[in-house]
Design a protein around this ligand. Structure first.
Ligand SMILES: NC(=O)c1ccc[n+]([C@@H]2O[C@H](COP(=O)([O-])OP(=O)(O)OC[C@H]3O[C@@H](n4cnc5c(N)ncnc54)[C@H](O)[C@@H]3O)[C@@H](O)[C@H]2O)c1
Length: 342
């Protein structure tokens, strides 16, 4: 199953990023999911339980983890599942974790933007990040909680306050934008979706989501009007799901798939495999904004190389320009949240 999940990235080898499998490819991984009882947390935990690389799977939430863990623990795969509930148990959940995935927090309802979630989710991510910074500062921190454009700066500021900041290990998970782009492009062109790879850069909300269709593998092109329609659909695909669920939440199953794929890529890179590339929202010193999603070459210690934007066309250049003011204000809002009492 995971060979199917990772296959879109194999296309990268056609773009010159080589994949070599090292002897240590099956290195074990200890993974923690914070928010494990939720709409994303449960299917994500299921996919991780099925991943042969995962040996320990720690599930943390404020509610219901004993039930989720008991259920998953009956699946005949290697990962040992443990349950932790409530703030006091958080430190035990993340102890020894090498990868921490955070889908804790409230999702959107129809009519809401991701930024509308800020008031509730900012504090949740801050508090979880604080414990991770103290207990497992070397773990890869993968933030799913929205608004990702702000929650990644929040976690980063917390890590700085704790004196353990390493920007190469803090990721905003934007894989779902890539997954959606691949799907929509494959559908539009009648291609095998497993062979399609379209990088998505910028951030993870509305106009900050910038698909680089000109860099798609295999190369595809669309008349201007169709390209505009496709781009806006990718940017608003989350809202498509929120509206279809009509108050029942936002993307959970596709998000779980996307996060499982991202986690698997991290595990591969941590095992010493080379040529592992994923887009994610990270601190990006030389971009116009402090944080920006770009294709990243992953290695044993997180980001091995930020591959940047490469060659983008004029249309995409304008999209990036449109994204930047929104990104800047989202980043500022996150940083201000942590420093409001300074
Ligand atoms: N990055 C992305 O592409 C993407 C895509 C979809 C959704 N999301 C975001 O993921 C988040 C979760 O979505 P969901 O649909 O799973 O929501 P959900 O409400 O179904 O689940 C959230 C879970 O978080 C738990 N939780 C709340 N506070 C917590 C805390 N302090 N510590 C630990 N757990 C806590 C809840 O008990 C619940 O089980 C939302 O913020 C949503 O916007 C991100």
């Amino acid at each position: 199953m995971f060979s199917r999940i990772i296959s879109p990235r194999n296309v990268k080898s056609a773009q010159g990023v080589l994949r070599h499998f090292s002897l240590s490819a099956q290195r074990d991984a200890r993974v923690a999911v914070l928010g494990a009882s939720g709409g994303i947390g449960q299917p994500l935990s299921l996919l991780l339980k099925e991943n042969p690389r995962v040996t320990e799977l720690a599930l943390y939430d404020v509610v219901n983890t004993p039930g989720v863990a008991a259920d998953l623990s009956h699946i005949s795969t290697k990962a040992k599942v443990t349950a932790f509930s409530g703030e006091k148990e958080l430190k035990h959940a993340v102890k020894d974790a090498e990868i921490v995935l955070i889908p804790a927090g409230v999702p959107r309802k129809p009519g809401m933007t991701r930024d509308d979630l800020f008031n509730t989710n900012a504090g949740i991510v801050r508090d979880l990040a604080k414990v991770c910074a103290k207990i497992c500062p070397d773990a890869m921190l993968c933030i799913i909680t929205n608004p990702v454009n702000s929650t990644v700066p929040i976690a980063s500021e917390v890590y700085k306050q704790e004196g353990v900041y390493n920007h190469k290990k803090i990721f905003g998970v934007t894989t779902l934008d890539v997954v959606r782009s691949n799907t929509f492009i494959a559908e539009a062109k009648g291609l095998d979706v497993n062979q399609v790879y379209c990088p998505v850069v910028g951030g993870h909300s509305g106009v900050t989501i910038v698909p680089l269709i000109s860099q798609c593998t295999p190369p595809v092109s669309f008349p201007a009007e169709e390209r505009e329609k496709l781009t806006r659909r990718i940017q608003n695909a989350g809202t498509e799901v929120v509206e279809a669920k009509a108050g029942g939440g936002s993307a959970t199953l596709s998000m779980a798939y996307a996060a499982a794929r991202f986690a698997n890529s991290l595990m591969e890179a941590m095992s010493g495999e080379s040529g592992i590339v994923e887009c994610a929202y990270v601190f990006s010193g030389d971009a116009d904004t402090k944080y920006f999603s770009t294709p990243l070459l992953l290695g044993p210690n997180g980001v091995a190389k930020n591959l940047g934007l490469s060659q983008i066309n004029e249309y995409e250049h304008d999209l990036v320009k449109e994204a930047i003011p929104e990104l800047e204000s989202n980043v500022q809002k996150g940083e201000d949240f942590i420093h409001k009492d300074d």
